[in-house]
Design a protein around this ligand. Structure first.
Ligand code: NAG
Ligand code: NAG
Ligand code: NAG
Ligand code: NAG
Ligand code: NAG
Ligand code: NAG
Ligand code: NAG
Ligand code: NAG
Length: 538
């Protein structure tokens, strides 16, 4: 009988084991639909191989989410699995799993925004391109509105926590079926409502994720809804003598805020490094003989501006929601939030969750805000200060908040941080073991602004260009949480970048190492303020 030399047979055996174990991407994608069909309560719509460079369109998407015309370029080869999962007899989620050919062994879930209802395809593309097996869901309803919450607490439960949790549980199963082995580590990336969802899971489902990036979180949710409704209550309608126009906010008032507060940090650059230090006095703008009518405010309007920048207290004098930070005035958002109508998310929340649709939204007052807070469906407040379950299993959270965020006050994230600190009895030096909060000066809501706002929080926050530089854990919050969890190297600071006109091809305008709360970034008042080494955390 022919015999192979011993060494050769060992090689052959090794080759055979490898070949059997080798992951066959094409085969995995063609069989995942039938495999995943066995998961309880799911219906698989399709599983398709999508090559890198494909521009996906979303013909079935709700028009308010972007609609059939929207598209997303896929950056790496992946298998796209679309499915639904019922969550009760009268509710369910639509979700997708994007499974890259080149998998790192990491699992990640994306989140949502506002009251939606919309898969964030751009985040799926961003994280799949980094080798995460990524999932995203529609939060239990389609579209950006809240009408489907009305009279259906199951749809509401999906929005508050169940869509994200279900999508994680099912997504992990699909990931294991697809690659033939379970994920090694699991992550979350979201901002705004996505930031709230991240904290909700950390608070209530601490086993779901190992590492979480929760940006500009919409926590203290009920009071946030009231706070953003309250601007209309303060400002009145467009014909009211109390109404402050967008032009007044963006020109007169914003400029006056910068005059009073921009140089507190030592640099006149349009960035108020720490708005907590800005004690803005709008009375300076009250019309006098020296100030003519277009460049000044009536005493009534000055009082309105002061109220806009005041914290919101309940009838017992307890803080409901901290103040809007001065300097956050932003052309893209001013008509949305300082509007002659109630902020749209607040409208839908009060109409479809707190009260009934015929309710007159224009007459909200402190009692209504209290009713909303007391209702707190499924604890949507997301303000639980005890994170010990997540902490004790070794989880890590990075939260960040733009200091020029006009839609969600960054002071609310400080409020929560302090609440966690006092609830757990841990000073910041101890919270640093598992929870780090970075204040991003000059960043608006989740992105853009005059500051060094690109911190890898999204594809845009990485210039749409995934390179060793934009993925560097010193400057990318997602890479930072991965390194923290997997290598034990915690982020001391996060280096942010601002490109000229936000265009990488025009070069860097400034970069700054953002500090973790409660330290503050302090300029040395001698070096080039656009360079990070001229600042330090104190
Ligand atoms: C939501 O939209 C998806 C398509 O994106 C569709 O399959 C699903 O049926 C819709 N769900 C509801 C509740 O309308
Ligand atoms: C899931 O999709 C199937 C097929 O379109 C549909 O019959 C079912 O009602 C859907 N379930 C949910 C919860 O949307
Ligand atoms: C499937 O959905 C039903 C409600 O429709 C729920 O009671 C059951 O627990 C779900 N099964 C799983 C495994 O989640
Ligand atoms: C797969 O991803 C790793 C990083 O996770 C990278 O180093 C490697 O080049 C990638 N391989 C391919 C074939 O893209
Ligand atoms: C605007 O506000 C004024 C004063 O509060 C009120 O009289 C008027 O009815 C309001 N107009 C609209 C269109 O709501
Ligand atoms: C009035 O104020 C506006 C805006 O500051 C300025 O452009 C204009 O020149 C002033 N007019 C007079 C007569 O001072
Ligand atoms: C991406 O970054 C690389 C390295 O910095 C650069 O050479 C390239 O031009 C960038 N591409 C785009 C599209 O910005
Ligand atoms: C940046 O944008 C401004 C306003 O659109 C424009 O005036 C300026 O020329 C741009 N700068 C460069 C370097 O392109």
């Amino acid at each position: 009988m022919f015999r192979l030399p011993v060494l050769a047979s060992v090689f052959l055996l090794a080759w055979y084991i490898n070949a059997v174990a080798a992951f066959n991407f094409e085969l995995a994608c063609s069989s995942i639909a039938s495999q995943a069909a066995s998961i309880d309560n799911t219906t698989i719509f399709f599983a398709d191989i999508v090559p890198a460079g494909t521009s996906l369109t979303f013909p079935d998407q709700d028009p308010s989410c972007g609609g059939p015309g929207s598209s997303q370029t896929v950056l790496v080869d992946m298998c796209r699995v679309a499915l639904n999962v019922s969550t009760s007899e009268r509710s369910g989620i639509t979700m997708e799993a994007w499974l890259p050919r080149n998998w790192t062994g990491r699992f990640l879930s994306t989140g949502n925004g506002g009251l939606d209802g919309c898969l964030q395809y751009v985040d799926l593309a961003y994280t799949t391109a980094q080798g995460f097996a990524t999932v995203g869901a529609n939060n239990g309803h389609n579209g950006t509105g809240g009408s489907l919450f009305f009279d259906n607490s199951d749809v509401l439960a999906d929005f508050v926590f169940r869509s994200l949790h279900t999508n994680v549980v099912v997504g992990k199963e699909i990931t294991e079926m697809f690659y033939g082995k379970p994920h090694k580590t699991s992550y979350y990336l979201g901002c705004s409502t996505g930031g709230r969802e991240g904290f909700k899971i950390v608070q209530d489902f601490p086993d779901d994720f190992d590492g979480v990036v929760a940006g500009s979180p919409a926590i203290n949710w009920n009071n946030l809804m009231s706070w953003s409704a309250r601007f209309h209550n303060i400002l009145g309608n467009a014909t009211s003598p109390t109404f402050v126009t967008a032009d007044e906010w963006l020109g007169l008032i914003h400029d006056n805020i910068l005059q009073q507060c921009d140089e507190i940090d030592g640099v006149a650059d349009g960035i108020i490094e720490d708005p907590n230090l800005c004690d803005y006095q709008p009375e300076e703008l009250i019309c006098t003989s020296a100030r003519n009518t277009s460049g000044c405010l009536t005493p009534l309007k000055a009082a309105v501006v002061r109220e806009v920048f005041s914290p919101m207290y309940d009838t017992h004098g307890n803080l409901m929601y901290p103040r809007q930070q001065p300097g956050s005035e932003n052309a893209a958002l001013v008509n949305l939030i300082y509007s002659s109508n109630v902020f749209p998310f607040s409208q839908d929340w009060f109409h479809f969750v707190v009260f009934n649709p015929p309710f007159n939204i224009n007459t909200l007052d402190l009692n209504d805000y209290q009713i909303a807070e007391d209702l707190n469906p499924f604890n949507v407040a997301t303000f639980n200060g005890d994170l010990s379950s997540f902490q004790s299993r070794g989880g890590k959270v990075i939260t960040y908040h733009g200091q020029a965020d006009m839609l969600i006050s960054p002071a609310d994230t400080e409020f929560y941080y302090q609440h966690v600190s006092s609830t757990m009895g841990l000073p910041p030096s101890k919270l640093d073991d598992f929870l780090r909060f970075f204040r991003i000066s000059g960043m608006s809501h989740c992105a853009t602004g005059p500051g060094a706002w690109q911190i890898g929080q999204s594809l845009a926050g990485a210039s749409g260009n995934l390179t060793a530089e934009t993925l560097d854990p010193d400057r990318n919050v997602l890479s930072a949480v991965v390194r923290w969890l997997e290598e034990g190297i915690a982020p001391e600071t996060i280096l942010g970048t601002k490109y000229v006109n936000d265009s990488a091809s025009l070069g860097v305008e400034l970069s700054r190492r953002h500090c973790r709360y409660p330290t503050r970034n302090v300029y040395d008042r001698t070096g080039d303020s656009n360079l990070p080494d001229s600042w330090s955390c104190k």
